[in-house]
Design a protein around this ligand. Structure first.
Ligand code: DX5
Ligand code: ZN
Length: 218
């Protein structure tokens, strides 16, 4: 399978968001990564429904919506309505994760679970065959531009083994600190989807950086 690049709009220029969306539309990127933060689950607040609705109107690639919020179940239907294609919820935020995953699928979105850096992939053993993707946080969620946590490599390999042994079709996404130096190694360990915020939007030529991430990961 082709490896996928999902630029995170968290690092985009909000004064001119439509220009940055157009850059992604015309690039080799595969998805838009949309970070929703509530100021409770993570120590930061990003953006919500009205902004995402406008993003959806001009985005020509799937929206991969990463919910860093408590009680995500309350908003699953609303995220479908405003155009989320992939919806990921945190393991740490879901008391009834199985129910949350079922509800996302029931609303015709791809369902993903996200693990914080300290959360063991072993905890996914009994849900791995139900999810479309697992996102491993390679920084503590809340902010773009943080340093990649090296322990992520071993988590990817463990998760890959679990996916194979359980006959799961789940994809592996890595989110946080992905750059041109680690993308190749991350890919070799088994990552399928690369989220990149600062690396893409902090570069002089975001489209060229996306093309480079794509080349290095494939
Ligand atoms: C962090 C977010 C990430 C973030 C990644 O909480 O989930 O998606 O935007 O940003 P970089 O790639 O700059 O680490
Ligand atoms: Zn994210």
């Amino acid at each position: 399978m082709q490896k996928l690049i999902a630029p995170s709009l968290l690092s985009a220029n909000f004064k001119n968001l439509s220009d940055d969306i157009e850059i992604i539309n015309n690039s080799e990127a595969d998805w838009f990564h949309i970070d929703v933060m509530d100021g409770v689950f993570v120590p930061n607040i990003s953006f919500g429904f009205p902004v995402i609705k406008h993003i959806k109107e001009i985005a020509r690639k799937p929206l991969d919506v990463h919910l860093m919020i408590t009680e995500p179940d309350r908003y699953i239907e609303e995220f479908k309505k405003i155009g989320a294609d992939i919806l990921t919820v945190h393991y740490e935020a879901c008391i009834h994760l199985h129910r949350s995953i079922q509800s996302i699928k029931h609303n015709n979105m791809k369902a993903g679970v996200v693990l914080n850096p300290h959360t063991s992939v072993n905890l996914l053993e009994d849900i791995i065959s139900e999810v479309d993707l697992v996102c491993l946080m390679s920084v503590n969620p809340g902010f773009g531009g943080q340093k990649f946590i090296e322990n992520t490599y071993i988590k990817i390999s463990k998760l890959k083994d679990m996916i194979i042994s359980k006959n799961s079709k789940s994809l592996i996404e890595v989110d946080g600190g992905v750059d041109l130096n680690n993308v190749e190694k991350l890919s070799k360990c088994g990552t399928d989807i690369f989220v990149a915020g600062n690396t893409v939007f902090g570069s002089k030529n975001p489209a060229a950086t996306i093309a480079e991430l794509k080349r290095l990961s494939n």
